[in-house]
Each structure stands twice: as structure tokens, then as C-alpha cells.
Design a protein around this ligand. Structure first.
Ligand SMILES: [Zn+2]
Length: 596
């Protein structure tokens, strides 16, 4: 710590976790009480503000640390200082970041050696994001984790995982966070977590996305400069970092190496890719003791603040360019390029030095399969890590999208993200591209309160089957009040990800368009019997198709409703159901639209 001489002593300003020798972490009111003590002692450098309410009605708060008492985001941007936003306890059993932020804030204010961390950066942090989860304290919330004594709960008050909610924005906490984010428009974002997985020597692991969907100059800076510097500076303090989240390809056999995991925008740092901002995912190791984890996170955030100070002008310029690049997505030139919707590992691996623990594999009478037992002896090896990433799904962006006004919940999510919309002032008919989607299968069990059809990758279990969506150009009419989403805006990538059906967290995948797949009219068996007989008599090719199907598909052959439906589905009555017609139009131009 090393506090300055004077009346203040270490003991006066110990954080609650330090005062209890890291056995416990304070509850929300004790956390805020400590922060308010700091804010009232240093009103010129620290301000606490509310930014909304949780589902249970608790006040969401940020702490702003600014060297000169300027706390207004606009004024800070105008002053040329970069803004860091740190989010803690989105998973409220993982409170390490909160206690690290309390200690770092205290040291910045009391220790002259730390004061320069605010020279060219304003630091904003959310002490606890998932407060309702945080206050559901128990010794039994985190079976994987080595302390503190009581921990919060992973999900919010309605049992939603807020780190799966960024894109769909179902939770009031997410909505408040998005408002906060756009009010401050930070230059760098950090999300602090604790792992749930393998054992290894590292206490700090982290990920900075440098995948093909990140603005390339930003990705280059993060890969070549920020990542190695964070490793170097944190390791120099006696901690041990690994610059990548450690997902074993086989949880029972670490020698198989490390797997690639996608970062879709349901996750905070995946959302940052769409916000054109660097997002640092921190995963502290669950089996290290609480002091080691909190101080490791402290050093990582300290090192990041140093790097931001050293590079503030370059960082601000990069973010500005990334925004301009996103604003150009609706342009004629950009529409010739493929926009990456979904990434996948290519299978290409790189050998990386890995510091694990020795292990034995045994046949388990519990699971019936192989189990792993770690031993407290280092296992320093070169392991294959999946570093090759390919674009699995891409799309040519339109000039904009048009959404009929009755799809209020779809439009509401775009508004929650501050995507700029315009409305048509009259009914409009024109040529648009639109999808017809077939072959969807929904999972039987809920995920995050819905039944989404999600792609593979970062999957927890069965996520259904995404069939296909085929694009065609049609003349369509859209009612007055339809929402038009131009892509010449900073948040164009959010609009594309929400409205392109095959994007990993699209409105269609999350079920916001589920009703388009429902057949609302159907034929009585007696009526369909007549329809079938008459079609067989007058349509020889349909007769051949029907008979082939009966011969080759025994399920179909044994299903009376399916056999009757064969004729209805192909008739004008069947087609009138418009099953799978995606109602959003892709515009090739906004010129002829009646817009306000
Ligand atoms: Zn977590």
C-alpha cells in the first residue's frame, strides 16, 4: 500500500475484505458505505451516481474517479481523457473485482505513486452490477470456488444470467447498463469474473478479442501491445497470468489442449465488439485463495490504467475510427463486402507454453467415464491451442432495415440499445429483400427464460436446429409507422446482429419472431381428403411426388395428418398462412421512403 505521511493510516482505510483478512466480502450496503466514506473524504476526485434500479428495486451505482472534479462525460470527452468502465459482479458469486476496485480507488487517492493513474484517464466502475444476486448470499452458491465465506448468486432476481442478456436486453439491469454505457461511451471496458473449470497455476487469465469481427487496427493494438504488456506488468508483481480464457478441449484430459470459444453479443465483451470498443474479460482462478484473486485483479486493472494513460490519445483515435468504420456499413461500397456474423475455430492450433498441474486420469464409478485428479506438482508443457478463426456465416449489409410497426418488442430492443430509428409517415410499397425461413427446431428446455435456437460454440446444451433462411427480392407494403433502421450509424453492427436471422443472438433465434412459424389456419380432415383426391386427379407431378414420399418416408406414410397436410401446404390455402415469412425487409436504398 505505502500511504502518504500524515494523519491517515492504513488501518483507517482498510477495505472491508482487507480488514477481515479476505475471509469475507462486504454486502452491498457495507460496500457503498465504504465508498461513500471515500467520496466524502475526496469530493474533488470521487463521485457516486445512480444509474437505474434492479428488478428488486435496489439502486444501481457507479463510482467515478476523476483527477480534477470533472464528472460530466461530455466535458471529459472534450478534455481528451480516455474513460475506463469496469463492471463487477455481473455473476454475483464472483465478487473479486468489487474488492479489488475498492482497494485500487483507495490507493489512487492516498498513495502518490498511484495518483498518475488518473492523469489522462477517468475511471468509472460499477461496484456491484447484479445487486439482487449479490444480496442472495450463501455459503452454498459457489461449489467450485475457494472463498470468501459467503458469496452471491450467479443470476439476477428473476434468475436470468445478465451475461447472456446483453443483446436481448430482457432484464432491467441490462437496460440500465446500456443507458449508462451510452451516456459515458467509455474507451475501454472490463468485465471481472472468476473461472468455473480446470485447475492450473495461473491466478489471472484474461481475454482481449482480436477476432476478424473486431476493427482490425484495434485488434492489432490489443494483440501486439496491450496483451503482452498486461502479462508482463502483472507477472512482475508476483502473480501469474495467461492471456486467454482456459477452456480445455476435454475437461478430463488437459493434454488435448485449449479450445476456441466464440464471443457472441449475449456476453458483455461480445457486445463490446458491436460497440466498437475494446472489452477485457477477466477470469480469476476459482481455486486460488481470495487474497490472491483480489490482488491479482487489482494489478491487472492497475496495469490497464497505466497502459491507457500511456496511450490515451491513440486509444481515443482508434475508437473514433472504429465508430466511423461502423457508420460506413450502409454505404454502397460496404454492401459489396461480407460482414462476419458468426465465427468458428478453423482447427488450426498453435503450441503455447502452459503451466498446469500434473494429473492422473481414472475410470470413475461416479460418472461411469474418465475423471481427472490434479496433483500439486507443476506440469509445464507446450499445449496446442486453437488459434485459427474463420468466418462461418457472413452477410452483405443492406442500406437499412424496415420493420413493420406491430413488431413492437423487436423494435423496443433496438431502442434499448440506442440504435437510431426513423418511422415511416405513410404506408410504403417498394422492392425489398426478405427472408423465408424453414426447418427450425426449438429446444424443449428453456434457456434464459426463452427457447432460443442458438448456434454451437459457447453452448451449455441442446439449442435446437436452425434450418435455413433464403433471401428473395419482393414488392412489399409496409404500414405507416414502420421502423426504418439506417446502417449509417455508430451502432450499425447491433442492428445487423439483431435483425439478420442467422446472427448468433438475433431476434429470430431468441424467439421474438416465433409466431411467424405458427400455422394459424388448417383444413378439416374431410375437406383435405377432398382436396387430396382432386389434386391427385388433376396434377400428375404432385401425384408422383406424393407416392415417392410414401415409398421412401415411412414416418410420413404412417402419419395421416402429415399425408393430408401434404396437399394443404402446397395449396393456396396453405400458402396463405405465410409460415416462415420473415417480416423485416432489407432496403437497398432509403431514398423513396416517406420518413420523419
Ligand atoms: Zn462469471
Amino acid at each position: 500500500m505505502g500511504f502518504r505521511e500524515g494523519t491517515q493510516t492504513n488501518a483507517d482505510w482498510l477495505t472491508p475484505a482487507e480488514a477481515d483478512d479476505y475471509r469475507t466480502t462486504p454486502n452491498y450496503s457495507a460496500t457503498i458505505e465504504y465508498l461513500e466514506r471515500i467520496a466524502s473524504a475526496y469530493p474533488k476526485q470521487v463521485r457516486i451516481e445512480s444509474f437505474g434500479k434492479t428488478g428488486e428495486g435496489r439502486d444501481l451505482k457507479i463510482v467515478v474517479a476523476s483527477k480534477d472534479g470533472v464528472f460530466d462525460p461530455e466535458a471529459i470527452h472534450a478534455s481528451g481523457r480516455a474513460i475506463l468502465l469496469v463492471q463487477n459482479s455481473i455473476h454475483a458469486g464472483e465478487m473479486d473485482g468489487k474488492d479489488a476496485c475498492l482497494a485500487l480507488l483507495r490507493d489512487i487517492l492516498l498513495d502518490p505513486a498511484r495518483a498518475p493513474l488518473l492523469e489522462d484517464v477517468v475511471w468509472v466502475f460499477i461496484p456491484v452490477y447484479n445487486i439482487d444476486g449479490h444480496e442472495r448470499r450463501s455459503a452454498y452458491n459457489r461449489i467450485n470456488q475457494n472463498g470468501p465465506a459467503l458469496a452471491g448468486w450467479r443470476a439476477n432476481g428473476t434468475n436470468l444470467n445478465l451475461n447472456r442478456d446483453y443483446m436481448k436486453a430482457d432484464a432491467p439491469e441490462t437496460r440500465a447498463l446500456l443507458r449508462l454505457f451510452h451516456r459515458w461511451l467509455p474507451d475501454f471496458f472490463v468485465d471481472n469474473h472468476v473461472t468455473d473449470g480446470a485447475d492450473f497455476q495461473y491466478d489471472v487469465t484474461f481475454l482481449l478479442d482480436v477476432t476478424p469481427d473486431v476493427y482490425p487496427p484495434t485488434a492489432a493494438w490489443l494483440r501486439e501491445s496491450v496483451t503482452p504488456e498486461l502479462v508482463r506488468r502483472v507477472d512482475a508483481t508476483g502473480h501469474l497470468t495467461f492471456p486467454g480464457p482456459i477452456f480445455l478441449k476435454d475437461a478430463a484430459d488437459p493434454s488435448q489442449g485449449l479450445a476456441f470459444e466464440g464471443n457472441p453479443p449475449r456476453l458483455s465483451t461480445g457486445q463490446m465488439i458491436l460497440e466498437n470498443r475494446p472489452g477485457l474479460l477477466v477470469e480469476l482462478h476459482m481455486l486460488k485463495d481470495y487474497r490472491t484473486r483480489v490482488t491479482g485483479d487489482y494489478e491487472l486493472m492497475r496495469a490497464l490504467l497505466e497502459l491507457m494513460n500511456e496511450n490515451s490519445a491513440a486509444l481515443i483515435a482508434l475508437n473514433h475510427e472504429a465508430d466511423r468504420s461502423a457508420e460506413s456499413l450502409g454505404s454502397v461500397e460496404a454492401r459489396r463486402e461480407l460482414f462476419p456474423l458468426r465465427l468458428a475455430g478453423s482447427g488450426e492450433t498453435t503450441l503455447v507454453d502452459f503451466r498446469g498441474y500434473q494429473f492422473t486420469r481414472v475410470k470413475s464409478e461416479i460418472s461411469g467415464s474418465m475423471a481427472i485428479r490434479y496433483e500439486p506438482r507443476p506440469w509445464n508443457v507446450a499445449l496446442p491451442m486453437e488459434t485459427g478463426v474463420v468466418v462461418a456465416v457472413s452477410v452483405r449489409p443492406p442500406a437499412g432495415y424496415i420493420i413493420p410497426p406491430q413488431w413492437t418488442k423487436v423494435i423496443d430492443v433496438l431502442e434499448a440499445h440506442d440504435v437510431k430509428l426513423r418511422r415511416t409517415t405513410a404506408s410504403w410499397t417498394g422492392r425489398v429483400e426478405r427472408y423465408r425461413c424453414v426447418g427450425m427446431r426449438w429446444p424443449g428446455r428453456p434457456f434464459e427464460g426463452r427457447h432460443p435456437i442458438l448456434p454451437g460454440g459457447n453452448v451449455e446444451r441442446d439449442f435446437g436446429v436452425f434450418g435455413k433462411c433464403i433471401l428473395s427480392t419482393e414488392n412489399l407494403t409496409f404500414p405507416a409507422g414502420s421502423a426504418v433502421v439506417p446502417l449509417n450509424q455508430r451502432l450499425s453492427k447491433v442492428a445487423i446482429h439483431w435483425l439478420e436471422p442467422e446472427a448468433p443472438d438475433s431476434a429470430l433465434r431468441w424467439g421474438f419472431f416465433a409466431s411467424i412459424f405458427e400455422q394459424k389456419e388448417s383444413g378439416d380432415a374431410r375437406v383435405l381428403e377432398e382436396l387430396g383426391r382432386s389434386e391427385l386427379a388433376k396434377n400428375p407431378s404432385l401425384k408422383v411426388e406424393f407416392e415417392d414420399r410414401i415409398r421412401t418416408d415411412s414416418t410420413f406414410a404412417g402419419d395421416p395428418a402429415a399425408r393430408l397436410g401434404f396437399f394443404y401446404d402446397r395449396s393456396p390455402w396453405g400458402l396463405a398462412n405465410r409460415v416462415g415469412e420473415y417480416p423485416v425487409g432489407r432496403l437497398t436504398s432509403l431514398d423513396s421512403l416517406p420518413l420523419r
